[in-house]
Write a protein that binds this ligand. Structure first.
Ligand SMILES: C[S@@+](CC[C@H](N)C(=O)[O-])C[C@H]1O[C@@H](n2cnc3c(N)ncnc32)[C@H](O)[C@@H]1O
Length: 217
């Protein structure tokens, strides 16, 4: 039997595995960093000096990793319902807010002209696969809508989705907005998890990308 890891505060974490321990050793805020690292190794989406938007950024490991890749001349902006408390380098910034309810101040703070939009957003799970997948799909639509507005032509999009009845519809939406769409399950994603990543490469001009929020082409 694997030894359980320790959460900060001393409670055992029954989900801890070697990725959890490695994340702690390497001073990342979460084991999810290795999913982005695998995506980056395979597709090379982020480059030094680029601007990256990270939706669903708490507790902050993707922000930490993306900031390292883009370097001091790049910029990484994150958004999450929860505040990010880990330390970040000066090129990374985390905003607190709901992607479903962005006011003008938050929109202005997010900025635009991103080279890469990442979304690792996930709903609070309910135990019902159908409900969880439907909520994940709604977040994915918001992420794609945001990428449609804030991503530069030619830019890349990474989006976590819980596989369910809406998966094919969402993949078709990504295919319409990008020159190509790949499906990727990182090795560091738990086997039992229904999560998978859709990767859009080469964002097309905005007029080709459908308005996903309204469902209108
Ligand atoms: C799996 S975690 C992201 C982990 C992060 N990539 C990291 O490496 O630290 C999913 C995040 O999505 C956020 N989230 C869920 N719904 C959201 C919404 N409506 N707006 C913004 N963030 C949301 C959650 O608060 C949660 O922190």
């Amino acid at each position: 039997m694997k030894a359980a890891g320790k959460k900060r505060g001393g409670n055992p974490n029954p989900w801890a595995d070697h990725y959890t321990r490695r994340a702690r050793r390497e001073h990342y805020a979460a084991r999810s960093v290795f999913k982005l690292q695998e995506i980056q190794k395979k597709y090379g989406l982020m480059r030094p000096g680029q601007r990256v938007l990270d939706l669903g950024c708490a507790p902050g490991s993707w922000l930490q990793y993306a900031a390292r890749v883009v370097g001091p001349r790049g910029r990484v902006v994150g958004l999450d319902l929860r505040p990010v408390t880990c330390s970040l380098p000066s090129q990374a910034r985390a905003l607190t807010g709901d992607i479903n309810d962005l006011d003008d101040d938050l929109r202005a703070a997010l900025g635009g002209g991103f080279h890469v939009v990442l979304s690792d957003m996930a709903p609070a799970t309910t135990g019902s696969r159908i409900v969880d997948a439907a909520r994940s799909y709604q977040l994915c639509e918001m992420a794609l809508d945001t990428a449609g507005r804030l991503l530069q032509p030619g830019g890349a999009f990474v989006c976590k989705i819980f596989q369910g009845g809406d998966f094919d519809a969402f993949r078709a939406q990504v295919q319409r907005c990008f020159d190509s769409c790949r499906i990727f399950k990182p090795r560091s994603s738990r086997k039992a998890s229904r999560e998978i990543y859709l990767i859009g490469l080469g964002k097309r001009q905005e007029e080709i990308c459908p308005d996903t929020a309204s469902g209108q082409p």
